[in-house]
Write a protein that binds this ligand. Structure first.
Ligand code: AP5
Ligand code: ZN
Length: 216
């Protein structure tokens, strides 16, 4: 299974990716997580990516594409992968398509999780992530057992820098302008599968699993 997850910020891509990775035992690469890690570590990439991320803008294609190309050649990814947050522009989708073709592979499906803008704002303002493994929670919709503490690894929960209201609005605007055209792009290739992201996380997960069962 070679899969990409599409959808607006806060659609639940990370939430579903965590579940799917366990179901299928395929590696999961999230460009957002990789970039945030680079920012924390203060690498050259992190220094360049930081200003874009803080503003809610996209990091330039060439920085992100190289990251993902390295991951495709990871020995663990030979039998499949799950990409979250990539591609995010038509240019990135073209780079991915070409890279897979060169390796004699192709995408199985692009999974689109759909959620309206008002819901995105509610979700991102209540989101908390753990400091150790980026596990995702929501203060109201998916709270941890102990407030402020990760159920899985006991680390502290924090709010992401780009989950401030003005940055959330900017990210939505960038999504509609730069990323939404990918919906049609994948539809034309017969790869798009749509999911109602307003359902509860377990239900969205069941729908995705049922669809993937027909594709294997
Ligand atoms: P990235 O980290 O990818 O952020 P994003 O796409 O904005 O997505 P999010 O992580 O915010 O949301 P999600 O859909 O994963 O939702 P989640 O599961 O957390 O990117 C960050 C930045 O990095 C970008 O702005 C850009 O600068 C840069 N970047 C990354 N990739 C790039 C690329 N390819 N090119 C260029 N730049 C790039 O859920 C959200 C909340 O809702 C959580 O609190 C969760 O608990 C809750 N929730 C989830 N599902 C449900 C549900 N069904 N019902 C109720 N609540 C739910
Ligand atoms: Zn955790």
């Amino acid at each position: 299974l070679n899969l990409v997850l599409l959808g607006p910020p806060g659609a639940g891509k990370g939430t579903q990716a965590e579940r799917l990775r366990e179901d299928f035992e395929i590696p999961y690469f999230a460009t957002g997580d990789i970039l945030r890690e680079a920012v924390r570590a203060g690498t050259e990439l992190g220094k360049r990516a930081r200003e874009y991320m803080e503003r809610g803008e996209l990091v330039p294609d060439e920085l992100v594409c190289d990251l993902i190309m390295e991951r495709l050649d990871d020995p663990d990814a030979r039998d499949g992968f799950l990409l979250d947050g990539f591609p995010r522009t038509i240019r990135q989708a073209e780079v991915l398509e070409k890279a897979l073709a060169e390796r004699g592979r192709q995408l199985t499906a692009a999974l689109l999780i759909e959620v309206p803008d008002e819901e995105v704002v509610r979700r991102l303002s209540g989101r908390r992530i753990c400091t150790k493994n980026q596990h995702v929670y929501h203060v109201e919709f998916d709270p941890p057992k102990t407030p402020g503490v990760c159920d899985q690894d006991g680390s502290r929960l924090i709010q992401r820098d780009d989950d401030k209201p003005e940055t959330i609005r900017k990210r939505l605007e960038v999504y509609h302008r730069e990323t939404e055209p990918l919906v049609e792009w994948y539809e034309e290739r017969g790869l798009l599968r749509r999911f109602d992201g307003t359902r509860d996380p377990d239900e969205v997960h069941r729908h995705i699993r049922a669809t993937l069962a027909t594709l294997r």
